[in-house]
Design a protein around this ligand. Structure first.
Ligand code: WT7
Length: 650
């Protein structure tokens, strides 16, 4: 079971991958970007490139200066005044888009709702007034812990309408993860729901929120959407039903005038230390970035039906469900539940029923679709599709080819989009009418984005592997880590001088195509979600039977990476299969189901250097069954031999 051996071959394959897919003449002729000059022009004048798209958006007062770059601090569209919701809503209700569907929503049980741009505008104004009635003001933080229902989009935009900073916490996170994020941002209001549906089960959001709020002194009010008929606890004076609040609210809510550089949102993501990082984005640069990338990479047209399967709890949902598509006036599908509920063809059924034309998902989902098999895809007419996208982790060429053949009918371009919570918008991806794609490669940087592969000393690697780097600022870049600017500098700007370090390894081929290889730090990418090994280790050590733990990621057939935890228990504790289950459940309680370890291995001791640092590299070798790396710096080399034996017995 040499999994890391397998990984090496797949990197090899990437480098020798020779299949190429040219844009068809038909696609190119209709594409939003179909002139190669876009690249040269953007390279020679990046500011003019972004300015062109900024002019297509709504401003109260135009900017005085496009960019103010004081490394590592950037300001974009300096002096501009705007409200982002005017580019997402107000502008469309004055055009033919007024009565066009903005959101076509399906709940997991099969209930459906469609909101036109006019409907969405009205609901946002109404709920914005409701937030005001609770005392929410410009600059206040509002936390959201919700299922994928239209109210989530409405709540996000309502915050933006009144200048409040939203912090969406993925509904799959645990109560503890929620309270940590609420406390870090000092949120004043929490918006949640009684529950949501996932795989036929009820996700008890309000119950978990109540748990979380036992330890959140900043929260003054909780707003609860009634999604189902779920019994919940209701705390007088603190809790309010969404439907009651909006009943009393006015439909007219003038948008708050904001500065280009005012904060728009905080979104927490895992870092290499235990504490999640509150990635902060500001308004104007982010809007221009998501608007232009949506238009050019997804090639959206007014008559498209677009569907991004991400959850709004992740950045993909912020940028490519909320702000990018809505600022483009798109019609989109939104779905609440699991892709295989009640059957593994749910996604294809939705594509067929709504005539989805542009579809954006993650490699982990594509691998699951592959596993479920073509018998579920052939049941549906997928011929409406014209463009496919992927994001979240490297896509293996086999999965790319399957997507191309069985979903795209060999006629749809695939845009493999590399970006991060921190970058705000797509950074490396093909423009589908211009760039020849290669399975497994994110291809070329988006126009004006200056990427490179560097070595430790900051020298550029022309062909081959190294660290991915971004050499110049871009409009959607994070401005800081909430409350910790030093950590911002330390994490992203200290590897090389004035160069952004995303934490990914990558290769560049003879045609200057980028092949992203994944994280090089102690961050694991499970099913497209970033988890820090430290976070999981802290959760394990938090259990009273555990004294020490080390967590590593191994290649996982479906999830990209799986979690293996090495655990040392206290002297008087007996290890057992039950304890394995208890510890797995404990991690789920502390962080959420997405962090559940695949495997827990008990160890008397963990391999350490003489200075006491756990040698994760060795554990990774053991867990992936490969030949052991260098053990000469080990304090006690026998520890590894013992562990290796145990793992093989398992
Ligand atoms: C990390 C960012 C961006 C939205 C989803 C995840 C990995 C992302 C790709 C891709 C290879 C990718 C990177 C990156 N990643 N897209 N197309 N090919 N790897 O956002 O949670 O901030 O994670 O996901 O490792 O650093 P995120």
């Amino acid at each position: 079971m040499s999994q890391s051996g397998h990984k090496l071959t797949s990197i090899d394959t990437l480098l020798t991958e020779e299949r190429e897919f040219k844009p068809t003449a038909k696609f190119q002729a209709q594409a939003n970007a179909n002139d190669q000059e876009i690249y040269e022009k953007a390279t020679s004048n990046p500011e003019a490139f972004w300015e062109r798209y900024a002019r297509e958006l709504v401003w109260r007062k135009p900017w005085d200066k496009v960019l103010d770059w004081n490394p590592p601090d950037s300001k974009w569209f300096v002096g501009g005044k705007l409200n982002i919701t005017e580019s997402c809503l107000d502008v469309h209700i004055k055009t033919d888009a007024r009565n066009k569907a903005a959101l076509i929503w399906e709940g997991e049980p099969g209930d459906k709702r469609t909101l036109t741009y006019w409907d969405l505008y009205r609901e946002v104004c109404r709920f914005a007034n409701a937030l005001k009635s609770l005392g929410v003001k410009k600059g206040d933080r509002v936390a959201l812990y919700m299922p994928m229902i239209p109210e989530l989009v409405i709540a996000v935009l309502s915050c933006a309408r009144i200048g409040a900073i939203h912090s969406v916490v993925f509904g799959g996170f645990s109560a503890e993860a929620l309270s940590e994020r609420i406390n870090d941002a000092e949120a004043k209001v929490l918006i949640t729901a009684d529950g949501g549906y996932r795989r036929g089960q009820i996700v008890q959001l309000k119950h978990d929120a109540d748990e979380a709020l036992k330890d959140c002194p900043s929260i003054e009010h909780v707003v609860v959407v009634k999604r189902g008929n779920f019994p919940i606890h209701f705390q007088e004076n603190r809790d309010h039903w969404w439907h009651r609040l909006i009943d009393e609210a006015d439909f007219n809510c003038p948008a708050e005038e904001m500065d280009s550089e005012d904060p728009l949102y905080i979104l927490y993501t895992s870092g290499t230390t235990g504490k999640p990082k509150g990635i902060m984005h500001t308004i104007a640069g982010y809007l221009v970035g998501v608007y232009a990338t949506t238009k050019l990479v997804f090639d959206l047209k007014p008559n498209d039906c677009y569907w991004c399967t991400a959850d709004i709890g992740w950045v993909t949902g912020h940028s490519y469900i909320v702000y990018g598509p809505l600022s483009n006036g798109a019609t989109q599908v939104m779905y609440e539940g699991a892709p295989n509920w009640p059957d593994p063809d749910r996604v294809w059924k939705i594509v067929e029923n709504h005539g989805v034309t542009v579809f954006y998902t993650a490699p982990t989902a594509i691998r699951a679709f592959m596993k479920w098999g073509e018998k579920w895809t052939v049941k549906h007419d997928l011929s409406s599709l014209r463009l496919l996208g992927t994001v979240g982790e490297p896509i293996n060429p086999e999965a790319w080819m399957w997507y191309h053949k069985h979903i795209g009918g060999e006629k749809c371009p695939i845009v493999d989009t590399w970006w991060q919570t921190e970058t705000g918008h797509i950074m490396i991806a093909p423009l589908p009418g211009l760039i020849t794609t290669k399975p497994g490669s994110a291809t070329q940087p988006f126009p004006s984005i200056k990427a490179a592969i560097l070595d430790d000393d900051g020298n550029e690697v022309e062909h081959g592997g190294g660290y991915l780097a971004i050499l110049e600022p871009w409009p959607g870049m994070l401005r800081t880590i909430w409350g910790d600017h030093d950590r911002y500098i330390e994490t992203y700007w200290s590897k090389w001088k004035n160069i952004y370090f995303p934490g990914d390894g990558a290769k560049i081929d003879k045609d200057s195509y980028y092949w992203i290889l994944g994280r090089i730090d102690d961050v694991i990418n499970v099913a497209g979600h970033r988890l820090s090994t430290m976070e999981i280790e802290s959760a394990l050590v938090d259990h009273n039977s555990v004294v020490e733990s080390a967590v590593v990621g191994i290649t996982h057939e479906l999830k990209g990476q799986g979690i293996v935890a090495f655990v040392t228990v206290g002297g008087d504790i007996r290890t057992s299969p039950e304890l394995v289950d208890i510890l797995k459940a404990h991690v789920v309680k502390k962080i959420g189901a997405l962090a559940r370890p695949e495997q827990i291995i008990f160890a008397h001791d963990l391999p350490k250097t003489r200075s006491g640092k756990i040698m994760r590299r060795l554990l990774r070798d053991i867990a992936s069954g490969s030949v052991l790396g260098d053990v000469t710096t080990l304090a006690d080399p026998t520890v590894v031999e013992e562990l290796k034996r145990k793992y093989e017995e398992d």
